[in-house]
Every structure is written in C-alpha cells, then in structure tokens.
Design a protein around this ligand. Structure first.
Ligand code: DON
Length: 567
C-alpha cells in the first residue's frame, strides 16, 4: 500500500517537473500550422528553401531534395554532400518505401586497415583521418529521389543552395559557436580553415559566410547530375585529397556508389502503423521491437514519467540494444533476422524476463566512452498537401565529420567508418558494440541508428519525424512515439518532453534535466539502476510534422534555434 502511494506521489512530482522543464525551454514560435504542407529542418534558411519549392508547385520530394542541398550549405556540421543518410517516404497513393544512401566502405579497406601491428585500434584513424570516410551517398540519394518522384527541374531545386553558397548568408550565433569548437581539429587542414575561418580568424556573429568552392561543386551537380559529383572534377578532387592524406576512396569507388531502395520496417502499436528505416540502419528494427515490448505495459495508463513506465522503457532499451550488437549489420552482406526481431511474441518473451522492481544486468564488459557528442546528425521532414511524405536523416557522423574539407570542392568528408566494428569488444564513439555482421569489409555499409519514421494513425492522422544523436536517435524517436500515442500529447509537447536514454552498454541511464527528478532517481536506484547520468547537452533534436483534420502542424525542437517553413 505504502509503495502504491509512493509511486503515485512520484508520478505527480514527475509530471510537475516535466511541466517546469517545458516552461524553462527557450520560448519562440517553433510550431507552425498550415493547410498546404510544411518543411521542418535544423536550419530556418533550408526549411524556407523547401517551403518555397512547395509554394512553386513542387511536391514533397522536390522540397526535400531542395532542403537537403540547402542544408549542405547552411548546416555544415551534418547537412552534407560528403556524407550519407536514409529516407523513408510515403506516396500519396499510400505506398511506402525506404531509400538507403548510406556511405559504403571503400573497396580496399578491411578491419585490419584500422589496427596497428599489436592488433590495437589506431588512434583517431576512424574519426579524424580520411581513412574514416566512407564513399559518400547523399548526392546520389537526393538525385535518385528527384529522378524517381520529383516534378520540378533539378536545377530549380539546387539553385537556392547555389545562391546561399555563392552570395552567402549571415551566420547565426549557433553556427559561429560551433565553428569555433572545431578549429583545434581543423588547424592541420588549410582547406578546412579556409572555409570555417574568416581568413584565419574565427568568424563572429553577424559575419556573412560565403562558400565559393561549394557553390562550384553544387553547380557541377546541377549541370551534370551524378557525374557532377561521382565523376569528373569533383571526384578527382576527392581522390586527390585521399592520396595526399592516405585515405582509401578511389575513382572506381565513387563511380560504383549506388543508393538502394529497400522495404521499410513496419510495425503496429495500439492501432497506429509505424514505418521506419530497415538495415543497414538499426533504427526501425529497434523502434518497432521496443514498441512491441511496451505494448502490454499500458504506458498511457501509467502516465508520463511514472517510475514503472520509466523502468519498463529502460529495460526495453537494454534488451533491444543488446540484440542490435549481436544481430544487425549490412543486409547485403549477411542475412539478418529482422522478422524475428520485430515479432510481437519475441518481444513478449524478452520482456517476460524483466522484473518490475529489479534492473536488468548488462554485465558490463568494456564500459564505453560517454556516447555523447553534441547531436550533429540532422533530420528533416516534409509533407505536401497531396499526402506525399518524406522523412530524411542525414549525417557526416560526428560533428563536421572528420573535419576535413576537400580542397577545391568546399565540402566536408564524413567519418562514418567509425560506425563499423573494427575489433571485437571495442565500442565506437557512441559506446556501441557490434558483431562480425558489422565488421569492416570493402563495399559494406556500416550499421546505423538513424530512424526517419512515419506514423499513420487510425484516425487518418499522419506524423513524420526523426532525430540525430547516434544511439540516442532510436530512444528519442521511441519517446516521441509513446508521447504521441500513449500520452496523447500534441507533437510540440511530445518533442519538448525531457528525454532519457539507455543502450545496454555502457550500463547507464542518461537523462536531460527534469527527465528523472530526484524522487524518481531514488526510486530507480532502489530497483538497481545504479548509474544515472545527467546529460551536459540536450539529448537529440527532433523535427516533425503532424497532419490531422486537414491541418499540418510543423514543429522544430525547442532545443535548437531553427524555425519551420510552413506555407
Ligand atoms: O548512423 C549513425 O547511427 C550515426 N553515424 C549517427 C551519428 C549522429 O547521430 C551524430 N550525432 N550525434
């Protein structure tokens, strides 16, 4: 009896703390409503580019392609030409597809490439060296999306990005600060310093930022399509930089790169359909798996922040991430047990091993490094009035990738190779472990956590969202989904609500301020959740759109400074 009352009191305190948190977040109009479609991204300028394309009569695919190219100019830490990503789309006909434009390991590399003669992982090779770069996929992905479903000429979609790069734009404080944080790592690369400093000195708020080399690269893509990037001058510039720095990408690797259409992962949860990204991302599989695990636990009845629910969610996260490390990788190299992992009975059997009052045991081998960098992947969402939907998450991996700008081409290279396993038991930058299925092999795609997601409601409502944050992408998308469906929050509330994250190993719960208040922390500690770690930076950053009753509600995360572009 005492326990029941205590639990109820905790839930009430938790709700009050959550409301306080929501009130503390910077208040600006991060929500736009429209009846004609919307675009949300991490950059106001890029969202406006997409919105203008919708206004000109383009569809969601046109707007997504234009926004993607604009993000490569206005949000260089994660918007990119030199990285990769994933798209989950819904056509107005109701058909759903997934596009994999993930980077691919250059043909010549293997796990051995990254080990020294003693078999140890060579320092920083995966993160601050061109050997950390996979063959970029973004340009091919955006072009294929346009070729398959776009309606406006490609040039019209890339022109806004060309203009932003050539004429420049006034740097917002957030970019100035974030450039400043990169300069130590960029110092060794004159081309990076050329782009990210003002003639050698740090940019200041209000400076105009012009990127002429990037403008010329974008012009080559607008003029020649794929060949403007994967062949000819751009490809030669990439390969020259590889030769200069000991990287592995060749002209043949570039020419051979292809995006791949895949069947999305589908799940159901309380009458809603979940459509998300399949391998080589783990995002959709884990999302569906965790929702399956939670379905019986009645999150809505327990209420947001109830200690039992937080416990069930942590345990679902622990179990799902443990499976990720064993069973997932590139589906084109090994068969993966996706159907089994997203099976509802399997989820039940896994959850049956969990006790309500006792934390699971991750039996911590190899405690990973703290899995957080600031969230520098980026997600953007587009819906048009015909019911076409695009969810795209794209990244260079860590902020500004390997920090190396291709001289003469003006764009950064990714360090996505760090998402591979190079040695058993060695965690990547996000603290993630993996199996031989995710071991580096030439031509293979590294396992991702990205989860661009579409949610279709029983009431004809539709939502689209996704997130950055490495491993926390999946737990963030899970929490937004549960907030929407079980806690009946608006999209704005679902995105604002404070978040927490567990990923099996390291065995710890990371939490944003107010996600776990002191009483809840005490409750969880009593259950055996020993390591509760407050986050120094926010967890992730969600950009989503909800369509209901003829109205599009476009929401950017109040954790950052961008506004949506609604028509
Ligand atoms: O694909 C992945 O899962 C990672 N490369 C994503 C990196 C990321 O989200 C960076 N943000 N912190």
């Amino acid at each position: 009896m005492f326990l029941k009352e205590r639990v109820k009191a905790l839930a009430q305190q938790q709700r009050a703390a959550a409301i306080a948190f929501l009130l503390c977040l910077p208040v600006f109009p991060a929500v736009y409503k429209s009846d004609r479609g919307a675009v949300v991204s991490r950059s106001t300028l890029a969202s406006e580019v997409g919105r203008d394309i919708l206004k000109q009569g383009g569809n969601a695919f046109d707007a997504a392609v234009a926004t993607g190219f604009a993000l490569a100019v206005t949000y260089p830490s994660a918007g990119n030409l030199g990285g990769g990503g994933f798209a989950v789309i819904r056509l107005s006909s109701g058909e759903c597809r997934a596009l994999d434009f993930r980077e691919t390991a250059p043909k010549s590399v293997s796990a051995q490439t990254y080990l020294d003669k003693n078999g140890q992982v060579r320092d920083k090779l995966l993160t601050l060296h061109t050997l950390g770069s996979g063959v970029p996929g973004t340009v091919d992905g955006l072009l294929l999306l346009h070729k398959t479903y776009g309606t406006l000429p490609l040039r019209d979609l890339i022109n806004p990005a060309i203009q932003l790069a050539g004429e420049g734009f006034v740097l917002p404080a957030s970019l100035v600060e974030s450039f400043g944080r990169q300069l130590t790592d960029m110092k060794r690369h004159p081309a990076s310093m050329d782009v990210f400093t003002n003639g050698g000195t740090a940019y200041r708020n209000g400076d105009r930022w012009v990127q002429r080399d990037l403008m010329r690269t974008l012009k080559r893509i607008a003029g020649k399509g794929r060949a403007g990037f994967y062949e000819g001058k751009t490809a030669e510039l990439i390969v020259r930089e590889m030769k200069r720095t000991g990287g592995a990408i060749t002209l043949e690797d570039l020419k051979a790169y292809r995006s791949i259409w895949r069947e999305p992962v589908r799940g159901s949860y309380r009458g809603y359909q979940i459509i998300s990204m399949p391998p080589p991302s783990s995002g959709g599989v884990l999302l569906v798996q965790m929702l399956n695990m939670l379905e019986d636990k009645q999150p809505g009845k327990l209420g947001w922040g109830h200690p039992d629910l937080v416990h069930w969610m942590i345990e679902a996260e622990r179990l799902a991430f443990a499976d990720r490390a064993v069973y997932l990788g590139d589906p084109d190299f090994n068969p993966l047990p996706v159907e089994q992992l997203i099976d509802k009975q399997y989820a039940k059997s896994r959850m049956n091993t969990v006790e309500l009052m006792k934390a699971g045991d991750s039996s911590a081998i190899a405690e990973g490094k703290l899995p957080y960098e600031s969230p520098e992947t980026t997600h953007f969402s587009v819906m048009d009035r015909d019911g076409n939907i695009v969810a795209i998450t794209t990244t260079l991996n860590l902020p500004y990738g390997n920090k190396i700008v291709v001289p003469g081409a003006g764009f950064l290279l990714n360090n996505e190779m760090d998402d591979f396993v190079v040695k058993a038991g060695v965690a990547n930058s996000f603290g993630l472990l993996g199996s031989r299925l995710n071991l580096v092999e030439g031509g293979k795609r590294m396992l991702s956590s990205m989860a661009p997601t579409i949610l279709l409601g029983p009431d004809e409502s539709m939502a689209v969202y996704g997130a950055p944050g490495g491993s926390a992408i999946i737990t963030t998308v899970l929490q937004v989904t549960v907030n929407l469906i079980d806690h009946k929050m608006t999209l704005d509330q679902a995105i604002r609500a404070p978040r927490f994250h567990h990923q099996w190993k390291p065995d710890q719960v990371l939490f944003e301020p107010f996600a776990l208040n002191p009483a809840l922390r005490e409750n969880l500690t009593k259950r055996g959740h020993k390591k509760l770690v407050p986050c120094e930076v926010y967890i992730s950053d969600v950009n989503g759109i909800l369509y209901k009753n003829g109205l599009f509600e476009a929401v950017t995360d109040p954790r950052h400074d961008a506004l949506p572009g609604a028509q």
